[in-house]
Design a protein around this ligand. Structure first.
Ligand SMILES: Nc1nc2c(ncn2[C@@H]2O[C@H](COP(=O)(O)OP(=O)(O)O)[C@@H](O)[C@H]2O)c(=O)[nH]1
Ligand SMILES: [Mg+2]
Length: 297
């Protein structure tokens, strides 16, 4: 396939309540898993770019943490990240999960002068497309364009890209054309481990974890990549649960993560993990920063 030279770019912020599928949509745009996904709120902590191109237009999607009321300093950081994602965007996608509304977010969108499209996600879960009609009717006064999609199976995603091309501005590519995200490989790998913690552990525990990649190196003679990761948690009791009986829990997390990491890196991976306690790190600005949650505004 010959690639068309990039002559236009569109920066598109993706916003909405936790769990509506913003990160799943970012992955659909990128064409691979660059943003982690889970049924739990507050899965996404940082701003992540998903990059793709069609017909000479490079799209840069800004995936954001969900919009929610901050409970600690990490939350405050996440909240700032959402609000600042509007700045510099050519368009905003306001994602909803069928019928759930968010009055605060709608105010924010109305108050900004960036064009906004309403995207209704998870249409694969509808029994009948007609169920969408009342939702579309309700929103048609606020949004000129309403696009139903399934981020999970890709329905409607190409149509959405076509609509977004109208907001592109003349300019050279913002990212190298083979890039699908601005995140370094080690950052994606750390996130994939955190995703498995979210999936395997109950309620509050995974929300208090952070993952630091301490080794990421390719062996010289083979294609194998050696990765060492430290999982930080907030309490000694959490550490015991994360490790599990005879290390069973951490082993499962490691195995699930390794599979995803191998798919992402395209090579065999050796993954070693450690668990350490950093009491109350989510309220300690120094540690928040150390774990990579750094504001860019
Ligand atoms: N059925 C269905 N589930 C989806 C779709 N998009 C996302 N999900 C699920 O919704 C949950 C939240 O997704 P995520 O992308 O993490 O949401 P975010 O918090 O807005 O980033 C996950 O369990 C996803 O698998 C979709 O199009 N269809
Ligand atoms: Mg997310």
């Amino acid at each position: 396939m010959t690639k068309q030279k990039i002559t236009k770019t569109a920066v598109v912020a993706v916003v909405g309540r936790p769990n509506v599928g913003k990160s799943t949509l970012a992955n659909a745009f990128a064409g691979e898993k660059i943003a982690i996904v889970s049924p739990k709120p507050q899965t996404t902590r940082t701003r992540i770019y998903a990059v793709t191109a069609r017909n000479g237009v490079q799209f840069v999607f800004v995936d954001t943490p969900g919009f929610h009321t901050p409970k600690n300093k990490l939350d405050e950081y996440m909240d700032r990240t959402v609000k600042s994602s509007f700045g510099g965007a050519d368009a905003v996608l306001y994602l909803i999960d069928r019928d759930r509304q968010d009055a605060e977010m709608e105010q924010l969108i109305k108050g900004s002068n960036v064009p906004a499209l309403l995207v209704i996600n998870k249409i694969d879960t509808l029994e009948n497309k007609a169920e969408l009609l009342p939702v579309i009717e309700k929103y048609s006064e606020v949004f000129e364009q309403i696009v139903p999609v399934s981020a999970k199976n890709g329905d409607g995603v190409e149509e959405l890209l076509k609509l977004l091309a109208a907001f592109a501005k003349d300019g050279e590519a913002l990212f190298p054309e083979d890039m699908t995200t601005d995140q370094p490989d080690s950052a994606v790998v750390g996130e994939l481990i955190r995703e498995k913690l979210l999936i395997c552990l109950d309620q509050e525990i995974p929300h208090g974890t952070a993952v630091e990649i301490t080794k990421f190196s390719e062996r010289i003679d083979t294609e194998i990549i050696d990765i060492e990761a430290t999982i930080y948690c907030e309490r000694q009791s959490h550490k015991r649960i994360i490790i599990g009986k005879n290390g069973a829990a951490i082993k499962r997390v490691g195995e699930l993560a390794r599979r995803d990491i191998e798919r992402f890196m395209g090579t065999k991976v050796f993954l070693q993990t450690w668990v350490k306690v950093k009491e109350g790190w989510r309220d300690r600005p120094g540690l928040i920063k150390e774990f990579g949650y750094v504001s860019d505004d």
